[in-house]
Ligand binder design. Structure first.
Ligand SMILES: Nc1ncnc2c1ncn2[C@@H]1O[C@H](COP(=O)(O)OP(=O)(O)OP(=O)(O)O)[C@@H](O)[C@H]1O
Length: 429
């Protein structure tokens, strides 16, 4: 073990057994890397992607072969880590190292546990809301079989609340001792996320005496993160932020403390607050689909196809006036060729830019100083999107280059046109 001046441990290097071969295992604290080499293979795991480390239960491990067999009393530890597969899919993998003595084994376990303790963004206590009726009604099973074992492995304690009605989670968020939690997890679809978001934002404003009905009131920022375990019909918010709709991938992102800020838009009518949205605000075609599909919940995810087809045939158009302020400070444009993907550099830059702006002038924006543009006409669809709105059915989304947390939304107006033209537009989505 290296001991630099000052006595602080900078890492460990040991010769340990891995299966039947001996390998050099290095824990480089400064670079945040666990690496092992043996049999011509080099493996690296960033310590930020280690899920847990445990002393290996030798009764469970098959140990009737291998190098460690020569050890009088074998000791081993297992490291569980994130393995990144294709298409943004994450899996939990593990590796077991055998040590010559108990002291060395404990030294490794302690060093790795200390490093995990330093990962301050990781949650320790979560509040979980499960919608048992979302999507294909698999929320409870998905949570219990795929997510809870991972949270328990990562030593995350949870309070689990299974909803019994719509708005149950939202109402509960106004009552719970929210400061006890590092995050709220919703197991369900976009509707369930929306409920939890309304509950959290609403609770913050209520506690701070802010009137949500006032569209110009500077909202108090919500610092509690929301995690989504996809178990809904479209799971667009999960897909657009994580890049895949997969419960295990989402659970692992939550465990390692990943976060992604989002823009939230509010909808007001005559000084009355109606809704917040982070994805799609649709009037006309998409609004009508959502309204109709709500009445057909019994159909399951199929309801969107049914309502979509029905709304397309009705070909309703809406006459109105749209006023908007063109975004001036954004890094991307809705017409950019590159789609917004997980880990998108424009989203990262935009986030920094907004954070700097917020430092200077808080959440206040330059609304009053900027000019408004007005468009009048007959429209088939009026959409405002804060994110690409990609989902498994539409992997590019409604607005592929809409970036996360850039402080702007894409406005998509579809003027009255023939059914044929509208069909060719929607078939591109
Ligand atoms: N126990 C419950 N019974 C009935 N409705 C519920 C219950 N819990 C939550 N809800 C409501 O169900 C609605 C839909 O849930 P959810 O978003 O999880 O699934 P989905 O609609 O199938 O998926 P998506 O929103 O991704 O299309 C939410 O708006 C939520 O308010």
């Amino acid at each position: 073990m290296e001991q630099p001046p000052g006595g602080r441990r900078r890492g460990l290097v040991s010769s340990l057994a891995l299966g039947q071969r001996s390998c050099e295992v290095t824990l480089d604290e400064e670079r945040g890397l666990l690496a092992w080499r043996g049999g011509g293979e080099n493996c690296f795991v960033p310590t930020s992607e280690i899920i847990a480390v445990e002393e290996t239960d030798l009764n469970k491990k098959q140990h009737n072969s291998g190098k460690w067999q020569k050890m009088a009393k074998p000791h081993a530890f297992t490291v569980y880590y994130v393995k990144k597969a294709r298409n943004h899919r994450w899996r939990c993998s593990d590796v077991t190292f055998w040590c010559v003595d108990e002291q060395l084994c404990n030294q490794w376990i302690q060093a790795l546990k200390e490093l995990l303790e330093l990962q301050k963004a990781r949650p320790k206590q979560l509040l979980v809301y499960i919608n048992p009726y979302g999507g294909k009604r698999q929320g409870k099973r998905i949570y219990e079989q795929k997510v809870a074992p991972l949270f328990s492995l990562a030593s995350i304690s949870t309070d689990v609340f299974i909803t019994e009605r719509a708005n149950h989670a939202k109402d509960n968020l106004f009552e719970v001792n929210i400061n006890k939690y590092d995050g709220v997890v919703c197991v369900g679809g976009d509707g369930m996320f929306s409920e939890v978001m309304h509950g959290l934002i609403g609770r913050m404003q209520k506690d701070s005496g802010i009137d949500q009905n006032n569209p110009k009131a500077p909202l108090v920022q919500c610092n509690i993160r929301i995690g989504i375990i996809p178990a809904g019909s479209t799971d667009c918010i999960c897909y657009s932020t994580v890049g895949i709709s997969d419960p295990v991938t989402s659970a692992l992102h939550i465990i390692v403390g990943d976060s992604q800020p989002l823009d939230v838009s509010s909808v007001h009518h005559n000084n009355t607050f109606l809704k917040y949205t982070v994805s799609l605000l649709g009037y006309g075609f998409y609004g009508d689909i959502l309204k109709d599909s709500e009445k057909k919940r019994w159909m399951g995810p199929m309801r969107y196809d049914y309502s979509g087809f029905k709304t397309f045939l009705s070909h309703h158009c809406y006459e109105g006036t749209i006023s908007f302020q063109p975004a001036k400070h954004t890094l991307g444009s809705p017409r950019d060729k590159d789609s917004c993907r997980t880990g998108c550099h424009i989203c990262r830059q935009s986030e920094q830019q907004l954070a700097e702006q917020r430092k200077k002038c808080g959440l206040k924006h330059e609304e009053d100083e900027e000019e408004w543009k007005v468009i009048k006409g007959k429209f088939l669809a009026i959409n405002v999107v804060n994110m690409s709105c990609a989902c498994p059915r539409s992997p590019k989304g409604l607005s592929p280059a809409a970036h996360l947390a850039d402080g702007s939304a894409d406005l998509i107006l579809v003027r009255k046109c023939s059914r044929f033209d509208f069909l060719s537009l929607t078939s591109h989505l």
